[in-house]
Design a protein around this ligand. Structure first.
Ligand SMILES: [Zn+2]
Length: 115
């Protein structure tokens, strides 16, 4: 993939002026409580520490597309999979939890905050 193609893919992924990078404190708390109810309390499997923190930013694994005919791998920036990201407070072990599969609606959390 040449530099020109990379520039086009990045441009497709640029957020608009209305987009926010972080959840509000109340939305983050709602997500934290939702995760606690859904998965419970688990120590980190790497270090055994019990403390986790929920990142106020969402993350997405980069979903790759494969063009077998031209033997190329690319990543359209519009093909995102929003996830909550939690970190072990001791060793930094990081987990991604798909918001879709969890059933957590970040927009409903905002509506509740403003309503
Ligand atoms: Zn850990």
């Amino acid at each position: 993939m040449g530099d020109e193609e990379i520039a086009v893919l990045l441009a497709q992924g640029q957020p608009s002026a209305n987009w926010e990078r972080h959840l509000s404190a109340k939305e983050g708390q709602a997500l934290t409580e939702f995760l606690r109810e859904k998965i419970g309390e688990h120590p980190c499997e790497m270090c055994g520490h019990a403390g986790w923190s929920v990142n106020p930013s969402l993350a997405s694994p980069l979903l790759l597309s494969i063009d077998f005919e031209n033997r190329q791998v690319g990543a359209p920036m519009t093909d995102l999979h929003p996830c909550a990201m939690i970190h072990c407070a001791h060793c930094g072990n990081t987990k991604l939890h798909s918001l879709h599969h969890l059933g957590f609606d970040i927009f409903a959390a905002r509506d509740t905050e403003n309503g």
